[in-house]
Design a protein around this ligand. Structure first.
Ligand code: MTE
Length: 316
């Protein structure tokens, strides 16, 4: 979903697989040598990326988990979209290295009887931590299987009482030009914002992610907390959230602001509705050679009833 400012770049300009693999090879060479260096204009590698996380214990297993093979920690933490830290897939692992995620607070505001601000300690105590292994499908055509850690977002939303006007929830990512060195070249309006309809936000599958692979979220994956909405394209899963607002009207969302005819509000994974510039019928699981068929709602059929009677071609 790499775009220019303000005109969209063709999909072919998104990092090619060969380029990506070259960079990966470079990363592993450097890591094997135990050094971080910039060679020939390539990126310096943070030594910490594989060990940044504190371990999270006492996890319960989630019945929502897939039994599909998980992608490796390396795949999940070095092939990222986090435009505030660079548009290259390997850049967030590098440029988010020093992102400060403590202290951290999240505000619950808008159409609620009493707004509230919670810090991470309070949030971590809201519900038992679960390991949920979800399929994650990016709008660009790749997919990944991630053992997330967290709990249903509803546990956080229930900390406030919505007014009768509250119909949608809008989410906002932290934004700091000093800490996000690549923000100027992101090509999207920042802070990053996303939104869900109230019933989508309250659905038990909608995860508030605080970790993966048994440890706190690496910065490049959205530390200290992010959404994971597994039946929607990855861009709905907003990272490093600081503000959650209950609102009456459908809120603006970053990629819809950027290119409205390509990225709708709903963005449900739907093999029958192609992106204007490429098919959505197939996907490439990271690490696999052959493309596989993409499933409606990314295979999470239990959400189908949320959209009963809606034209999902119109509401893409
Ligand atoms: N959140 C913020 N703040 N900034 C971003 O650029 N990228 C989105 C989403 N959340 C993004 C974001 C996109 S396009 C995807 S596919 C997922 O994060 C990627 O999550 P991952 O890097 O953990 O796989």
């Amino acid at each position: 979903m790499l775009i220019g400012k303000p005109k969209a770049l063709p999909y072919s300009l998104v990092t090619s697989k060969a380029d990506y693999l070259n960079r990966r090879r470079f990363l592993s060479t450097v890591l094997a040598g135990g050094t971080a260096a910039a060679i020939g204009g390539r990126l310096a590698v943070p030594e910490a990326y594989a060990q940044s996380g504190r371990k999270l214990s006492g996890l319960t297993k989630s019945p929502f988990s897939t039994t599909e093979k998980m992608n490796s920690f390396e795949d999940i933490t070095t092939y990222n979209n986090y435009y505030e830290f660079g548009t290259g897939k390997d850049e967030p692992a590098v440029y988010a290295k020093n992102f400060k995620t403590t202290p951290w607070t999240v505000s619950l505001e808008g159409e609620v009887t009493q707004p509230k601000t919670l810090d991470m300690d309070a949030i971590m105590k809201l519900a038992p931590l679960e390991e949920r292994i979800y399929r994650h499908r990016c709008v660009e055509g790749w997919s990944i299987v991630v053992p997330w850690i967290g709990f249903s977002l509803s546990a956080l939303l229930k900390q406030v009482v919505p007014t009768a006007k509250a119909k949608y929830i809008s989410f906002e990512t932290y934004f700091d030009t000093k800490q996000m060195p690549k923000w100027r070249s992101a090509g999207i309006q920042l802070p990053y914002v996303e939104g869900l309809r109230m019933d989508e936000a309250m659905h038990p599958l909608t995860l508030l992610g605080v970790g993966l692979y048994g440890q706190v979220l690496p910065n490049q994956n959205g530390a200290p907390l992010r959404l994971v909405v597994p039946w929607k394209y990855g861009f709905k899963s907003i990272k490093s959230i600081v503000k959650i607002k209950f609102v009456e009207k459908q809120p603006p969302t970053t990629w819809n602001i950027a290119i409205s005819n390509e990225y709708g509000f709903y963005s449900n994974v739907n093999p029958k509705v192609d992106h204007p510039r490429w098919t959505q019928a197939k996907e490439r699981r990271l690490g696999e050679v052959f493309r596989r068929d993409t499933l409606m709602f990314n295979g999470y059929d239990q959400v189908a009833s949320l959209y009963a009677g809606m034209d999902l071609k119109k509401n893409y």
